[in-house]
Design a protein around this ligand. Structure first.
Ligand code: SF4
Length: 582
């Protein structure tokens, strides 16, 4: 028998269903007062399955380190005082930066708040997926195949380490693969990952060149339609792609013909922290490849509602460009909503100039590196403690129930925005939300121009440099995104409390390193020391590192792409040396 209140896992984009029982709605010392988790096999999304993150939901909700009261300059204050502070500054150069954990309604209210205070400075920050969101907006591509459709596919192409990033989808993908002997699973990833173990064909290009492989696959299938992309495909040269990716032309052609002969193919793209290289390029050609082979495309963003928030904000400045503007101006203020900004960024700019701002405010569920330097800190409700809609992967709205009240003085961000505007913001109804996330393609001419600019920008970058190893971001299934939330959870602490590098035993022996040693990894922008683990599936020039930690992200340069205005992340060339004990 199914018990409890239906809820949605607050972590990744799969939005798996679960049930919680007991907790806030029960008498304090009654038998039901203990909150617990129940599986929900009636959920068509996940049929009861949860990964280790989903299984930690109760620990997350009841965590003793949750923020419970607002504070100003380190001193606890009441909400009235917090709103008095905010109201006195609103409209005086305060920009708003949204994280990924808001509902669609909350993103809408944030936009209204900024509009009504006479500013147009609001952006969404999604370092892992921002480029893909921009490209999918050009194409008007909202929504991919549902889980049932994935299960009925006879060919699935996974781009990235999908099973590690979004573990529960593995069940659907593997059911599809094993449903019939002729069904095929293709994996495109530079590393022989646990996802790639299951591949009938593993395309293993140079790290960070997956988007170019997708361009090559699409080039083989492109005949003359859509005609507005003909000038772009003239520039996509298979010999050059073979050179960049290290994959033979024949292998690319062979994989294309498998896609072309599929009855119902699906291309699924997942990307953590630049693992697959320029993810905008991968999203563009992945989506195109799916339509050229009469298949479907599914992008799996890292977080639960990132794409929905991006669609609600529409054509506005991007998170990285907003941060660069603020840094340049060096004044005004920033309101960071539901995001540990300082744990999310690449590069070595320590506090990225935030300390110099006149005002820095942050909402958060836990104390974090951003709240540490914020003047005003507001405790936020989690996804299970606020109602609202999310954008689901198939392009539909998905309603989230409030299953228990927020603890202490925590509040939903939507309520905070409303109070800031003295309850004058008009909440969107379902029709307005549907319209906002519907996805309207840009004019064909504009898509063609943008796509060519992106292609030229990316192909002009080259892939070689003098440092011997590729540092490839990897996903640890107990963690999510920047690790700011999962780093608090017991299981994640037990299995991956701090980052480590993995390298091949052959290379480790050449470097005189053994498992458990510490090694210094130097990139073009910095160096960090990590524990060493051995992984015999890695090539000699490959080093992987879980991207859920700020010290890992510091090794990647702060680079904002010209065409997309988002962080341009990719595997980095590095050198490695045994630590001398620092
Ligand atoms: S895969 Fe894990 S984190 Fe993602 S929604 Fe499912 S249970 Fe939650």
């Amino acid at each position: 028998m199914e018990n409890g209140r239906k809820a949605i896992c607050p972590f990744c984009c799969l939005q798996d269903g679960l049930r919680v029982e007991g907790g806030g709605f029960a008498p304090l010392f009654g038998e039901d007062s203990l909150l617990h988790l129940d599986y929900d096999s009636t959920q068509e999304v996940n049929q009861g399955s949860l990964c280790s993150r989903g299984n930690s939901v109760i620990e997350f909700l009841e965590h003793p380190q949750r923020l419970l009261a607002p504070s100003f300059r380190g001193k606890e204050i009441g909400w009235e005082e917090a709103h008095r502070v905010m109201k006195s500054k609103l409209g005086k150069g305060i920009s708003v930066l949204l994280g990924p954990n808001l509902t669609l309604e909350e993103a809408w209210l944030a936009k209204e708040l900024v509009n009504s205070s006479g500013l147009n400075r609001i952006a969404h920050l999604a370092p892992d997926d921002g480029e893909a969101f921009q490209v999918l907006r050009w194409l008007g591509k909202v929504g991919g195949p549902g889980m049932e459709e994935i299960e009925r596919s006879d060919l699935i192409l996974l781009v990235g380490d999908t099973f590690m990033e979004h573990p529960v989808i593995s069940r659907r993908v593997l059911r599809a693969k094993y449903a019939e002997r002729k069904n095929r699973l293709l994996v495109l990833d530079s590393v022989k990952t646990k996802t790639a173990w299951f591949a009938d064909l593993h395309l293993q290009p140079r790290p960070g060149t997956e988007g170019f492989v997708l361009a090559g696959l699409a080039k083989v299938l492109y005949k003359s339609k859509p005609s507005y992309l003909a000038p772009l495909f003239k520039k996509v040269n298979l010999e050059r792609i073979a050179e960049i990716t290290g994959l033979e032309k024949g292998k690319i052609e062979g994989a294309s013909s498998q896609l072309a002969s599929a009855r119902q193919g699906v291309v699924i793209l997942s990307n953590l922290w630049g693992r697959v290289g320029p993810v905008g390029l991968a999203a563009f050609f992945g989506s195109l490849l799916a339509s050229l082979s009469n298949g479907k495309f599914l992008h799996l963003p890292v977080y639960q509602n990132g794409f929905g928030i991006s669609l609600i904000l529409g054509k506005r400045t991007t998170g990285p460009l907003l941060l660069e503007m603020i840094q340049k101006e060096g004044a005004g203020g920033l309101f960071v909503v539901g995001l540990d900004l300082l744990s999310s960024l690449p590069g070595q700019r320590k506090d990225i100039g935030l300390k110099k701002l006149d005002h820095l405010w942050a909402t958060a569920i836990f104390p974090n590196r951003t709240t540490e330097i914020s003047e005003l800190v507001l405790p936020a409700a989690s996804g299970l403690e606020k109602g609202g809609n999310l954008l689901y992967l198939n392009g539909d709205l998905r309603e989230m129930n409030t299953v228990l009240p927020p603890p202490g003085g925590a509040e939903a961000e939507g309520e905070i925005f409303q109070k800031m505007a003295k309850d004058r913001l008009a909440s969107p109804d379902e029709a307005k939300l549907r319209e906002a996330v519907r996805g309207e393609p840009y004019p064909e001419k504009e898509i063609a121009q943008r796509a060519q600019a992106l292609w030229e920008e990316e192909i002009g970058k080259g892939t070689e440099d003098r440092l011997p190893f590729y540092l490839i971001p990897s996903a640890h299934p107990a963690h999510l995104g920047n690790g700011a939330i999962t780093g608090r959870l017991g299981w994640a602490k037990k299995v991956c409390a701090e980052p480590h590098i993995e390298l091949s035993p052959v290379m480790a022996s050449k470097l005189k390193l053994e498992a458990g040693d510490r090694a210094v990894v130097s990139s073009q922008v910095g160096k960090e020391t990590f524990a060493v683990l051995l992984n015999e599936r890695l090539k000699e020039d490959q080093v992987t590192v879980p991207a859920h930690f700020p010290q890992v992200r510091r090794l990647f340069p702060w680079e904002v792409g010209k065409t997309l205005g988002e962080f341009s992340l990719r595997p980095q060339r590095v050198k490695i040396a045994k630590s001398k004990g620092e």
